[in-house]
Design a protein around this ligand. Structure first.
Ligand SMILES: NC(=O)c1ccc[n+]([C@@H]2O[C@H](COP(=O)([O-])OP(=O)(O)OC[C@H]3O[C@@H](n4cnc5c(N)ncnc54)[C@H](O)[C@@H]3O)[C@@H](O)[C@H]2O)c1
Length: 424
């Protein structure tokens, strides 16, 4: 494709995020939407209202994939369809922007990675934090030693609203005529028509991936960029359904601990992740705290706050319980090793808190689509390809398995497989 050639897009799954993705994609130059697929006719209608009545529309994504006027697809269906439609699209010769999490189950990951390799098509996963300038800046600061030696990372995403807890609106016309229930279910267990499962699919493990696949994935995608990491070696999660007892089976409070091995730039560190959908906070809160021997760096989408704490020169002492003679000997040696500095004006340092904010015009989500279009035109995949996507999704989904089976899981971040036994 030449740099200015038009990209003809197909959208599969035209709900909240699919429509948002399409909006970003269409705001970029030389892109047009030619086809759309959704199993709910209301969303097909709405897509035509938005993007023109000439749009080809179908309930069957395979018909969209068969079209010659579609170069690339955005896949924004519920999670249980991601790997199947992605593989079918790659095999149909399309480039793919697939929403996160890349897969619904861990065992699907390597199949997607293999399909990307085999077909040579562009595949990008939709965790936009990977295109965020904030995370790139955090990566640079960490690499420059801004907080000394990294040893721990905390990340959290707290919400406290019905919509934040996935209680999305049900359309008034949802019937078996307007919703293709069998096509929604796909390979999921068969059951009678139930609109709440279509429109609030995140709440059910048969279609969604809980807070781990929905939200931990974002945090892990960002973390892996900032720390140049391939992923953790051990995952343990705890939590449960504490507040939103509306028939869902997905927990609303999950805490996870992940052990990360040495990366190309940092020593081993421990990660503590938290999502609480009934957090008691007035507004959604999201962030990372990177903890190092020389300071802390807090990162949100709005920017970075860096607090540096120089390490003490003299370690201090605890000698008062020793005999007077030992105290004298100790102080004698101590004062030779750490001669007292006479404080002067030079020894005063400002208590530093540095802030870095991205330019007001920066939008990571838009840039993520820009990066996809650049990859489609140059045939060079963006960093968040199938391998990157699975290295975030795999450990996130292990949090669900850990919670369900009440045990820790070991993971091989290079081979992207569940590993057995103790840490290597
Ligand atoms: N990157 C982000 O920040 C972000 C934010 C929200 C959602 N997402 C991801 O986007 C995806 C969609 O989430 P959403 O909130 O838009 O959900 P949604 O329910 O609003 O939209 C999903 C759409 O897919 C349709 N669909 C279901 N099965 C289909 C099939 N077999 N073929 C075609 N269409 C089908 C549904 O009818 C619906 O219109 C999820 O995987 C989610 O994790 C990403």
């Amino acid at each position: 494709m030449a740099a200015n050639d038009k990209i003809r897009l197909g959208l599969i799954g035209a709900g909240g995020m699919g429509s948002g993705d399409a909006g970003y994609a269409l705001s970029l130059p030389n892109v047009e939407m030619t086809a759309i697929s959704d199993i709910y006719s209301g969303r097909l209608e709405r897509a035509k209202e938005r993007w023109g009545s000439g749009l080809y529309a179908t309930r069957d994504y395979r018909e969209l994939l068969a079209r010659k006027d579609v170069d690339a697809v955005i896949i924004a269906t519920p999670d249980h369809w991601h790997s199947r439609i992605t593989i079918a699209a790659l095999e149909a010769g399309k480039d793919v922007y697939c929403e996160k999490p890349m897969v619904h189950r861990v065992e699907e990951g390597l199949k997607v990675v293999e399909a990307q390799k085999r077909t040579g098509r562009i595949l990008q996963i939709g965790s936009q934090y990977v295109s965020s300038l904030v995370f790139e800046k955090a990566r640079q600061l960490l690499e420059q030693g801004a907080i000394g030696q990294l040893n721990m990372v905390e990340a959290w995403l707290d919400r406290n609203t019905a919509l934040g807890a996935w209680q999305y609106s049900l359309p008034t016309d949802a019937t078996p005529d307007t919703v293709d229930w069998d096509r929604f279910l796909g390979h999921a267990p068969k059951r009678p028509f139930e609109p709440v499962r279509v429109f609030r699919w995140r709440n059910y493990d048969d279609y969604g991936t809980g807070v781990a696949g929905d939200l931990f994935v974002h945090l892990l995608s960002g973390l892996h960029l900032v720390t140049n990491s391939l992923g953790p070696t051990k995952v343990y999660a705890s939590g449960g359904l504490r507040f939103w007892k509306d028939g869902r089976d997905a927990p609303d409070v999950v805490l996870a601990l992940l052990e990360y091995p040495k990366t190309s730039t940092h020593p081993e560190f421990t990660m503590a992740l938290r999502v609480n959908l009934a957090s008691g906070t007035a507004q959604e809160q999201f962030g990372f705290r990177f903890v190092g021997s020389g300071g802390q760096m807090t990162t949100t989408m709005a920017g970075i706050t860096l607090n540096r704490t120089p390490r003490e020169v003299a370690p201090g002492n605890t000698i008062s319980t020793f005999s007077k003679k030992v105290q004298r000997d100790f102080l004698d040696r101590y004062q030779k090793q750490y001669p007292a500095q006479r404080p002067d004006a030079d020894s005063m340092r400002p208590l530093s808190e540095e802030r870095y904010t991205p330019p007001a015009s920066h939008n990571a989500h838009l840039d993520h689509h820009k990066n996809f279009h650049a990859a489609v035109r140059s045939r060079t995949p963006f960093i968040e390809d199938g391998v990157y996507g699975f290295r975030a999704a795999g450990p996130a989904l292990l949090c669900n398995l850990s919670l369900a089976q009440d045990r820790a899981f070991y993971w091989d971040p290079e081979k992207m497989r569940i590993a057995d036994g103790a840490k290597k």
